[in-house]
Write a protein that binds this ligand. Structure first.
Ligand code: F3S
Length: 373
């Protein structure tokens, strides 16, 4: 169907958001829209926003404004996490014509039609933080990359880390049906994709809502699909790495021995203040199990420096722990305050200069460890 309309999309934030942006793009393509780069003139602009930091909020607003500037007559759609938390603000913003919160992105086309018929600002943002939701099924047949596809298998988070807004923007955990994951991966394999990366907002929680299948079952189902040669996993919670888990995945030859185990801090006091659900002993145990079953697995991680209350002594403990684990790669983040979180209200905020110093120390260590690996 040719409708002679152009649409442009822009993604902000994580891989799950990127998956949903690609799924929305395919909805528009299937409806006959021509997809053009975001920097070009279009009739519809979709910005899939992020709200993970105050900076992400600002960037989301900037991209929405940029879209309206490019074509003042265009329909500008603000979707995702920023508009989810800032619904009223976004609705009041003259640049945004349609507001679509999380779990409603599959309704994009219907909302565009409604807008064109009534020509009125419209929004569909549910109270995701309090109402129980079903998994929002969206589907990809192709992606921006030619051989690798990120597949979303899980949404939502029940962890409530004290620095993180995501549980409020995404709501509680919900798992995608295994048959739908398999269907999508099969179709991607038929289209020439060789590698899939299984992702989620909190991947390790897969199945905890349904009490049925687990993440292991998803990996095994994907492993059995012809045409797929490599499987990678998104970020994992350290406590999922048990003997049973690793002994089963290590028998699947398609699964790449690369594991991203989110650490955030190597100091138990700080982990507690972050409301992380593991301690360093459990984390180390997970790494040891991986190293028992795999010969030199690539273990990567995220570390936040300058979390409120992190003293010089606490930071030294983190550094020593990082040296002990020895990572292939580390992503170092300076703690960034996020309104609406518990950590934002903590009194002992760390000065930016101190955060920068600590970040530089870990970055230097990361270089050495990466080379050694
Ligand atoms: Fe951002 Fe939402 Fe992902 S806040 S990091 S787009 S879950």
């Amino acid at each position: 169907m040719k409708i002679n309309k152009k649409a442009a999309l822009h993604n902000l934030g994580c891989k799950v958001n990127a998956y949903e942006t690609e799924a929305m793009q395919q909805i528009l393509e299937n409806a006959g829209y021509e997809i053009v780069p975001f920097t070009e003139y279009a009739d519809v602009y979709v910005v899939n926003t992020c709200s993970v930091t105050n900076m992400a909020d600002r960037k989301s607003r900037q991209m929405l404004h940029k879209a309206k500037k490019m074509n003042p007559d265009a329909i500008v759609v603000g979707a995702g996490c920023y508009v989810q938390t800032k619904e009223a603000e976004a609705l009041l913003d003259d640049t945004v014509d349609i507001v679509i919160g999380n779990n409603k992105k599959h309704e994009l086309l219907a909302m565009l039609e409604a807008y064109e018929n009534d020509h009125g600002k419209c929004g569909n943002v549910i109270d995701i933080n309090h109402e129980k939701q079903e998994y929002e099924e969206m589907f990809l047949e192709r992606t921006a990359e030619h051989t690798r596809a990120f597949i979303k298998v899980q949404d939502g988070c029940n962890q409530f880390c004290s620095y993180c807004i995501i549980p409020y923007t995404r709501g509680r955990i919900r798992s995608r049906a295994i048959e739908d994951v398999v269907d999508e991966v099969r179709r991607l394999a038929d289209n020439g994709y060789k590698e899939v990366v299984l992702t989620g907002i909190h991947l390790s929680s897969y199945g905890r809502d349904t009490g049925k299948e687990t993440l292991l079952d998803v990996i095994e189902a994907v492993d059995s699909i012809d045409g797929i040669e490599r499987i990678r996993l998104g970020s994992l919670e350290p406590r999922i790495v048990t003997d049973e888990f690793v002994s089963r995945i290590s028998s699947m030859k398609k699964l790449c021995p690369h594991f991203h185990l989110s650490l955030q801090s190597g100091c138990d006091k700080t982990l507690k203040a972050m409301n992380r659900k593991y301690d360093t002993a459990e984390y180390l145990k997970g790494c040891e199990i991986l190293r028992k079953y795999y010969d030199n697995p690539a273990i990567t991680t995220d570390v936040i420096v300058g979390f409120p209350g992190e003293t010089e002594e606490d930071f030294k403990i983190t550094k020593a722990f990082v040296e002990k684990v020895h990572f292939y790669e580390m992503h170092i983040f300076k703690y960034s305050r996020r309104k609406g979180t518990v950590a934002d209200k903590m009194k002992e905020q760390v000065a930016d200069t101190v955060k920068s110093e600590r970040s530089a120390v870990l970055l230097a260590l990361e270089k050495v460890q990466s080379l050694e690996y």
